[in-house]
Design a binder for this molecule. Structure first.
Ligand code: FAS
Ligand code: PHB
Length: 389
């Protein structure tokens, strides 16, 4: 098989890139390790930046998010007995859209299928060959049969555990990592959200986040130990702990119910450089990971896709290599800003195992400064709604 762009990974990065390229008549094939149902069964991000929304519009997949998404102009931040609101709209002129990553991925699959996009599921043993040549090719197996795709370019959109990143030779790659000493236990429940906006909480007992997917589907997280497993937490134990961490008024009005999903995500900051090697380009979690505190994971994958899509357009439409030559530096400049913000927001809200009383007072002083200083709030808001591409 021959295509212009072979895309490894059928998550949001790979699908969004494939759909955008399709809109410009650029051919691609998506190779996905799992089934579509498995991919759509993952519960992950919930907050979309304006940049991702604009990309969805450009890709022709924004109809449902514009109807069913929830525009949020601000968020609440609580600490101890205190709580204050950040008004993103007033501070930056922008808000965010609350709409699950699962739905974004569902919309993208629907668009690729409507366009007869080529997606191969259940692929195994994917190998990216000759990436540093002008004629790369991908080999893989599906149903026990060996396949080969000859292509101009390979987009590595296969997430943190994919094969693309390690295709770049170890002596070329530079990796930067910070592992946090805690995880997030997240649940979904078919209950009305406790508040119409998100609530981020720094409590003596640890971080908590109240989020949602719609008016009868709530998403809650509590910081947990890395040694925890979801089975250690009954629904009763989860709700009891969440109520002890969120402000008293919300704890009283919280509507609980059976959880329909319960999972633990470890928190990590990770960046690999460069994001390009020859004709292989890394996008999204294949190149970087952020702690989900700042809702930057999916959104930084989107900015990678924006840069790579425009670079490939430039190549095919203007016969220019400027975009592909500049991709890695351009993407990394924004990636590192997302890493910084996610690290900062995580450091502000979580309880660290060996945190001293002084460290905690510094967190409170930082929260008080954020609460009282417009410049500090504007800086936070500009990062949260999404820095410009
Ligand atoms: P993805 O990992 O989503 O997709 C990669 C795809 O490649 C997968 O479908 C995988 O099956 C496939 N693949 C892997 N190896 C392959 C191979 N060898 N061959 C073919 N296919 C292969 N972000 C937020 O903003 N907020 C959150 O709350 C949040 N929660 C998260 C919770 C968890 C448990 C995880 C892991 C991530 C979370 N994230 C969150 C980040 C997440 O949303 C990612 O940023 C987002 O999925 C990135 O999308 P992709 O780059 O497409 O990677
Ligand atoms: C979510 O709704 O899943 C969510 C929202 C905001 C975050 C992280 C996760 O910062």
């Amino acid at each position: 098989m021959k295509t212009q762009v072979a895309i490894i990974g059928g998550g949001p990065s790979g699908l969004l890139l494939s759909q955008l390229l399709h809109k410009r008549g650029i051919d691609s094939v998506v190779l996905e390790r799992k089934t579509k149902e498995y991919v759509l069964g993952r519960i992950r991000a919930g907050v979309l930046e304006r940049g991702l929304l604009d990309l969805m519009r450009e890709a022709g997949v924004a109809e449902r998010v514009e109807k069913e998404g929830y525009s949020h102009d601000g968020t609440l931040i609580s600490y101890g007995q205190e709580m204050f609101r950040m008004d993103f709209k007033e501070l930056t002129g922008h808000g965010v859209m609350v709409y699950g990553q699962t739905e974004v991925t569902r919309d993208l699959y629907a668009a690729r299928e409507a366009a007869n996009g080529k997606i191969e599921f259940n692929v195994e043993n994917v190998v990216i060959n000759e990436a540093d040549s002008k004629a790369p090719y991908v080999t893989y197996e599906v149903g026990g049969k060996s396949r080969r795709i000859d292509c101009d370019f390979v987009a590595g959109c296969d997430g943190f555990h994919g094969v693309s990143r390690n295709t770049i030779p170890g002596d070329v790659r530079r990796e930067y990592e910070k592992v946090y000493p805690f995880g997030w236990l997240g649940i979904l429940s078919e209950t009305p959200p406790v508040n119409h906006e998100l609530i981020y909480t720094n409590s003596e007992r640890g971080f908590a986040l109240c989020s949602m997917r719609n008016e009868n589907l709530s998403r809650y997280y509590i910081q947990c130990s890395l040694s925890d497993s979801p089975n250690d937490w009954t629904d009763t134990a989860f709700w009891k702990e969440l109520k002890r961490r969120i402000p008293p008024e919300q704890a009283e009005t919280l509507i609980t119910g059976p959880t329909i999903e319960k999972s633990i995500a470890p928190l990590r900051s990770f960046v690999t450089e460069p994001m390009r090697w020859g004709r292989l380009f890394l996008c999204g979690d294949a190149a970087h990971i952020v702690p989900p505190t700042g809702a930057k994971g999916l959104n930084t994958a989107a900015s990678d896709v924006h840069y790579l899509y425009n670079a490939l357009r430039d190549y095919y439409e203007n016969d220019s290599e400027a975009g592909i030559d500049g991709y890695s530096a351009k993407a990394l400049a924004r990636v590192w800003k997302a890493e910084r913000f996610s690290w900062w927001f995580s450091s502000l809200l979580h309880r660290y195992p060996r945190q001293t009383a002084f460290d905690h007072r510094i967190q409170i002083a930082e929260l008080e400064f954020l609460r009282s200083n417009t410049a500090a709030q504007t800086a936070m808001a500009e990062n949260y709604v999404g820095l410009p591409y």
